[in-house]
Design a protein around this ligand. Structure first.
Ligand code: SF4
Ligand code: SF4
Length: 187
């Protein structure tokens, strides 16, 4: 476990700096990133808290946090940071590191992300009903959103049987290549 201001924590910050060209030590905790974050109400740690945790070396806690998994990459934090820190880039990078290290993440986020990406890689687009069914089965929330999904299915708003979009195989190849690169980058 990486803790506090150890050599390992300093090395992690350095790797982060190289990967996303954003230096967490430049953060002076103004809180602008958290004030503008539309998803912070779902996070266990607000974006500025994540930055502070990275400064002091609480890397494992950050990687396990729901904040990293539930960030929607809207880039508001990056746009608002007076220190020009790419907070969103840091969140994205941390998510890749968590996947590469097989970190146990909360909120079934890993299941959701995997099912979403595999769905797009396979069909070349999002096959909503199929993805929802697969997510509910793997996360064991069998009736999750059933009250929304069933009326949509009966009204023909979503397709039961997914169809491949044109170029789906190419999308799949891009996905596999990107995942390989992401793992390499995060290791
Ligand atoms: S906006 Fe920038 S400086 Fe302010 S708390 Fe967030 S990361 Fe730190
Ligand atoms: S990119 Fe993520 S952390 Fe930044 S404001 Fe958007 S949701 Fe919040």
């Amino acid at each position: 476990m990486i803790r506090y201001d150890t050599q390992e924590a300093a090395e992690f910050r350095e790797r982060l700096l190289q990967r996303v060209r954003a230096d967490v030590t430049a953060c002076y905790q103004c809180g602008n990133c958290s004030a503008g974050c539309p998803a912070a109400f779902t996070f266990d740690y607000a974006p500025n808290q994540v930055m502070r945790m990275l400064q002091v070396g609480l890397v494992d806690e950050v990687l396990k946090s729901s904040a990293v998994q539930l960030c929607v990459q809207c880039l508001t934090c990056t746009a608002r940071c007076p220190r020009n820190i790419d907070v969103a880039g840091i969140f994205e990078d941390l998510k890749m590191v968590a996947v590469a290290r097989d970190v146990q993440v909360p909120e079934d986020a890993a299941v959701f992300n995997r099912v979403f990406l595999e769905n797009v890689a396979r069909y070349g687009r999002l096959a909503e009903a199929f993805m929802l069914l697969r997510y509910n089965m793997l996360s064991k929330h069998f009736l999750n959103d059933a009250e929304l999904g069933l009326p949509m299915l009966t009204k023909g708003k979503v397709e039961v049987l997914p169809k491949k979009a044109a170029g789906a195989d190419e999308v799949g190849r891009i996905y596999r290549k990107a995942m390989g690169r992401a793992k390499e980058k995060a290791s």
